[in-house]
Design a protein. Structure first.
Length: 375
């Protein structure tokens, strides 16, 4: 009798342990499922096998330039998009340091990453580094980098529509300042997007022969805005009021520095027409009597997200284009003034329809992963 009671007790205890263990495994399975694609595969319709088969997909986003809000938003957009798909995403900005940039690319090739997004690779060494990544089977998408990268098999080269960005800003300058405007050109050579913007600038001067370029200068460093501010402040001493109509700034880091110099010198009669946008830019543009009257831009956060989607499609074995250009938009003070509240990068969509929204390369299986991983 005693043995039967012991046997019964043992069976009950064994059953209880199995139930507890089973619950624990189920719980752990759900928790891990939020960060893996293998468990998500059973829940997402038409999830590509190449994605479902990977327990964890690792991405690296490497940007050469940095120290500005545009970079921060680009990296944030890429990280947010990747993590919403259940991927692990690491980001790095070299802040203009070529050695650090190339070293990070080299490390990425040996660190178990499945895919890499590269931003602003601008030299032959970048091409060699990307070739090394591809030779190891790592998928690559590049943004605002040298065109030669398109010659490497499997690489997609993305960019803002730099021709449109420059054209929007310059058309607004000519519209408001006239075909005989006296202008200062803030630009730096050596970067693919700058070269493309400069081509439009040259065409504009050829079209409007009355426009007079008084000065041109620019540097790309981690202190670009400060150095530009100092350079513009020094330049203003050479030109009394009435001798400069406008500044065309091919990068918002230039425009920020120029705006600060004009405001401090009380020279806000000179108007700034720029390229790119950030929260800091919008704040300056909305200040009373701000000289920064217009900027042409693409949402940097969306750029990061679209580049990650392209990378995800490559990892899934799906077809991707060799190149892709993101559409530009003009933002001017008149539009900003229509808002009753201060405008930032989020609320900008309330006055510019479609701002920050793109369904480019957003596949249904990606939406399925997001539904799981963003709960």
């Amino acid at each position: 009798m005693k043995n039967k009671k012991l046997q019964t007790l043992f069976v009950l205890m064994l059953a209880l342990v199995m139930v507890i263990t089973g619950c624990g495994q189920a719980k752990n399975g759900n928790a891990n499922g939020a960060g893996t694609n293998k468990s998500a595969g059973a829940q997402v319709e038409n999830l590509p096998e190449a994605i479902a088969a990977k327990k964890q997909i690792k991405l690296k986003v490497i940007r050469k330039i940095g120290g500005d809000d545009h970079t921060a938003q680009f990296l944030a957009g890429a990280k947010q998009e990747g993590e919403s798909l259940g991927f692990k995403v690491d980001t790095f900005s070299a802040n203009g340091d070529t050695a650090k940039f190339l070293d990070t690319l080299d490390q990425a090739a040996d660190s178990g990453y499945d895919g890499v997004v590269i931003s602003h690779g601008d030299d032959p060494a970048t091409v060699a580094a990307v070739q090394k990544l591809r030779d190891k089977g790592i998928e690559v998408v590049t943004f605002d980098s040298v065109d030669e990268l398109a010659n490497i098999s499997g690489v997609t080269v993305t960019s803002q529509d730099d021709a449109a960005l420059a054209q929007y800003a310059l058309d607004q300058l000519v519209k408001e300042q006239g075909e005989d405007a006296k202008i200062v050109y803030l630009w730096v050579d050596g970067f693919p997007p700058m070269v493309r913007r400069n081509n439009v600038y040259k065409d504009t001067l050829a079209k409007y022969t009355g426009i007079k370029e008084l000065e041109r200068f620019g540097v790309a460093t981690e202190n670009t805005s400060v150095e530009t501010q100092n350079a513009v402040a020094a330049m203003l001493t050479k030109y009394p009021k009435g001798e400069i109509d406008a500044i065309f700034a091919t990068w918002d880091a230039f425009a920020i520095g120029a705006a600060r110099a004009l405001i401090e010198a009380g020279r806000t009669e000179i108007k700034i027409y720029g390229i790119d946008v950030s929260n800091a830019d919008l704040q300056i543009m909305q200040e009373e009597n701000s000289p920064w009257v217009a900027t042409a831009a693409v949402d940097p956060k969306m750029i990061g997200a679209v580049n990650v989607r392209l990378l995800a499609k490559k990892l899934a074995g799906e077809e991707t284009p060799a190149s892709y250009h993101l559409d530009a938009t003009l933002i001017d003070q008149e539009k900003l003034k229509t808002s009753a509240e201060p405008v930032n990068m989020v609320t900008l969509a309330s006055i510019i329809p479609g701002w920050g929204i793109s369904d480019a390369f957003a596949e249904d299986w990606m939406k399925g992963l997001k539904a799981i991983h963003t709960k």
